[in-house]
Design a binder for this molecule. Structure first.
Ligand SMILES: *[C@@H]1O[C@H](CO)[C@@H](O)[C@H](O)[C@H]1NC(C)=O
Ligand SMILES: *[C@@H]1O[C@H](CO)[C@@H](O)[C@H](O)[C@H]1NC(C)=O
Ligand SMILES: *[C@@H]1O[C@H](CO)[C@@H](O)[C@H](O)[C@H]1NC(C)=O
Length: 777
């Protein structure tokens, strides 16, 4: 029966037809007509802005010169209107690709030839890998899929991702979207993910345009009656310069991002989208953004209607555009800008400047280059989405992001011979969409934890609670019975978007409802080892489990993406050695009881019992510290070679005589920073029984005294080592870049004296002294 199918001539012809269609599809899968400059449209031939050989800035000027004021104003918003007389179509600017092409923005839709896209782990999980080549690789894959969907007419080319706000308070509902609490880590993530998305095109060309958001000091959504639409973040110059702005600067300067989004909140009384100092002076002036600045969605309306920052809507329109805003997500600027110009609050030239920034990005994307099929990425189509290789990378990212927090008596990994039956319990035990967190799309497919574990053992499944809120304990008896019968128990607990999300900050850090009771009761009843797997974006106070001798293992999975359940099972059964590290501090519940979410100060203030925030400034007790994570192997680090002194050469002899240098350090602007980094050489050995990866986290600690910093991450390096092998690693230290700090006035300085470098358990001192030797005459 089967073989007759193959020789059936009808089937053969059908197969041939399919093959031909497939080949044709390969040549031109594009179903989208050109956005502008369609070669089939006769009039476009005479338009200079359509000529690809003309430099972009001249094409942009030519186009703007042809637009009427009314046409210009309808281009200031995300839902940009068409200009039919110039052959330009409408464009929806708002698409999202935080960890995979997402349908959160109206610019992207799933369906038809594009039912789904690869859904990578949520960013907080991917950050835990501390692997910057992985971040760039994910960006490359996501932008392949985005381009394919654009070609098919179902997505845009401008993606308002990533979110690089510092995860300042553990309750923040959007902390999951971020790379964590450390500004240097977040900056590195931003630069590499953006590079992956935007591609390394020739010249200025963009694969897709990324966007770092939300600038700045935005990390409160809705807490205790204060929401982001009304919140005025009071931020010191010091904290702005050495915490809040750091990831954004790295994103613009190193990542060369094509866009930055300003936030809803105010900073020191000024809405960020109307703050000339932040937008025009810092982002565009100092950091030299080559791209556009976009508002958060309807934040221009918010600053007028909710914050009453301006007296009239026209003033709101004028103040934002003058501050440096180029594009409004929302209708406000389309409605009020013309009247603002008529009343003399704004010039048409201001609108032209804004449009030059947005249209330049569209030109760099190739949107004015006519036919897609002749362009780079023009041949990407449905077959380039959800490919086996892309889905393997989603699994790989989940492997790298899982963090092993506890492993009593090396109870993990489980073994297929001794743990033939596993009780799989908990509200997230069969999770699917929960694993992809927020700002996700439609995943290609899912492997839930239950399905993953079932590949290794017979499973007995009990939800325990019907959802993560876990409002009662009616199902606990059945869960205890399952644990009694099985050789091992895996409890998959934690949160989902009903507990932490956009506009939903958590009131506290404990597991919701009766989850804690479920874990304790099941652990007490269990015959075999008990492992708690936690899904969450933010940290959870699981001290009770950490201290429960019957809980052998704790594994934090974050939101591990479409393949998360497979990755969890692979780690539980030792096919993959976990190597992730926490990208944020896990505080005890006690901590948040003492600290209002609205207090933006990073630094501790003993005078008012303020404990400070993040591992850089908070020195109190923690459940698990920043950078923490175990493996099934063990690694030893030793220092091979390192300088003990670094001379900071000054830009002028006169400064050497200045006594303030020894107390206040050298202003970065007075130092000669154009010198190579010095090398610290470290030997890392895998001394354990299993191949694995190790992440070297390099911290610096400034001289004791006025610099109220515990220590700060200055770099990290992930290495892969087979059991027993060693590797020699060089870490570059640069006084200006790595050992400088920010004073209370926001000025970056290099403190003189003894700096400590911490690498794992290694501690090494380097003495800095000012020196005029390096001065070029
Ligand atoms: C010494 O340092 C202070 C503070 O940075 C500065 O105001 C002053 O101009 C410096 N003096 C000289 C001679 O450079
Ligand atoms: C980092 O990620 C890439 C991409 O998945 C992988 O090839 C590489 O081995 C990872 N690096 C380490 C040290 O694990
Ligand atoms: C910061 O500025 C204030 C006021 O100008 C000044 O008194 C103080 O010395 C400055 N601090 C530093 C570290 O330069």
């Amino acid at each position: 029966m089967k073989s007759s199918l193959l020789v059936n001539p009808v089937v053969v012809i059908l197969l041939l037809l399919l093959l031909l269609l497939g080949l044709a599809g390969r040549v031109s899968p594009s179903t989208r007509p050109p956005f502008a400059c369609d070669p089939r449209d006769g009039k476009t031939r005479t338009l200079k802005f359509c000529r690809t050989k003309v430099p972009i800035h001249i094409r942009v000027r030519d186009l703007i010169g042809r637009l009427t004021l009314q046409e210009k104003i309808r281009l200031l918003v995300n839902n940009a209107a068409p200009v039919p007389r110039l052959g330009i179509r409408g464009y929806e600017w708002w698409s999202e690709a935080l960890h995979g092409v997402s349908n959160v923005g109206p610019g992207t839709k799933f369906g038809g030839a594009f039912p789904a896209a690869t859904s990578f782990p949520q960013v907080i999980t991917t950050a835990a890998s501390f692997n910057d080549s992985l971040w760039e690789e994910i960006g490359r894959v996501v932008s392949d899929e985005a381009r394919a969907m654009y070609n098919g007419g179902t997505a845009g080319l401008t993606y308002w991702s990533p979110n690089v706000n510092v995860f300042r308070d553990p309750r923040w509902g959007r902390g999951q979207e971020t790379p964590g609490e450390d500004p240097v880590l977040a900056g590195r993530y931003a630069a590499r993910y953006v590079r992956g998305l935007q591609g390394s095109g020739i010249g200025n060309r963009l694969k897709v345009a990324a966007c770092c958001k939300h600038y700045t000091a935005y990390d409160l959504d809705n807490w205790n009656g204060v929401d982001r639409y009304h919140f005025n973040a009071k931020v010191s110059k010091q904290d702005l310069e050495d915490t809040y702005d750091v990831p954004f600067k790295a994103c613009v300067v190193e990542g060369r991002v094509a866009s930055v989004m300003c936030s809803y909140n105010q900073v020191n009384g000024v809405p960020t989208c109307a703050d000339q100092n932040l937008l025009r002076n810092t982002i565009r002036g100092q950091w030299r953004l080559n791209g556009y600045i976009v508002s958060d969605c309807d934040s221009v309306g918010v600053l007028y209607e909710n914050q009453h920052y301006t007296a009239t809507p026209e003033d709101a329109a004028a103040s934002t555009i003058k501050a440096g805003l180029d594009l409004d997500c929302g209708p406000f600027l389309a409605v009020h800008t013309e009247e603002a110009i008529r009343r003399g609050k704004l010039g048409e030239g201001d609108v032209d400047l804004a449009l030059a920034n947005t249209i330049t990005v569209q030109m760099r994307l190739g949107m004015f280059d006519g036919d897609l099929s002749s362009q780079p990425y023009g041949n990407l189509g449905p077959r380039d989405v959800c490919t086996p290789a892309h889905q393997r990378l989603a699994l790989e990212a989940a492997h790298q992001g899982l963090v092993l927090l506890q492993n009593r008596q090396n109870a993990l990994p489980l073994s297929t011979s001794r743990h033939r039956t596993v009780a799989v319990i908990g509200p997230n035990s069969d999770a699917t969409v929960t694993m992809i967190g927020n700002y996700a799309g439609v995943a290609c497919s899912y492997t839930s934890p239950l399905q993953g574990i079932a590949r290794y053992a017979r499973t007995i499944h009990q939800q325990g609670c019907s959802d993560v809120e876990c409002r009662n304990n009616q199902q606990f008896k059945a869960a205890e019975t399952a644990a009694r019968e099985a050789d091992a128990t895996v409890l998959v607990m934690g949160l989902d978007q009903s507990i932490e999300a956009e506009f939903r900050d958590r009131p506290g850090l404990f597991l919701p409802g009766h989850q804690q009771e479920l874990v304790s009761r099941v652990a007490a009843a269990s015959r075999g080892p008990v492992v708690v797997v936690l899904m969450s974006g933010g940290p959870i106070d699981v001290s009770f489990a950490k201290n429960d001798p019957r809980v052998a293992g704790i594994l934090w999975a974050g939101y591990p993406g479409q393949a998360g359940g497979m990755a969890i099972a692979n780690v539980l059964f030792g096919v993959v050695n976990p190597g992730g590290k926490l990208p944020m501090t896990w505080y005890p519940q006690d901590y948040v009881a003492k600290i209002p979410m609205t207090d933006m100060n990073m630094r501790a203030d003993p005078a008012r019992s303020y404990p400070g925030r993040t591992y850089r400034f908070y020195k109190g007790p923690v459940v698990f510290p920043f950078g923490y994570g175990l493996t099934y192997s063990s690694f030893a680090e030793s220092l091979l070679k390192s300088p003990t002194k670094i001379s900071v050469s000054l830009a002028s002899f006169k400064l050497l005589e200045n006594s303030s240098v020894s107390t206040n350090g050298v202003r970065l602007s007075h130092a000669n920073c154009d010198i190579p980094a010095v090398g610290i050489h470290v030997d890392v050995q895998n001394t354990g029984p299993m191949d694995g990866t190790h992440t070297l986290l390099v911290f610096s600690k400034p001289p004791v005294g006025k610099w109220s910093l515990a220590r700060q991450l200055i770099g990290f390096k992930k290495v892969s080592l087979v059991a027993g092998s060693r590797q020699h690693i060089r870490i570059g230290i640069h006084a200006c870049k790595h050992l400088s700090l920010v004073d209370e006035n926001g000025t970056r300085r290099i403190p003189m004296g003894q700096h400590e470098i911490h690498i794992g358990d290694l501690k090494h001192s380097i003495v800095l002294r000012a020196d005029a030797e390096g001065i070029k005459s």
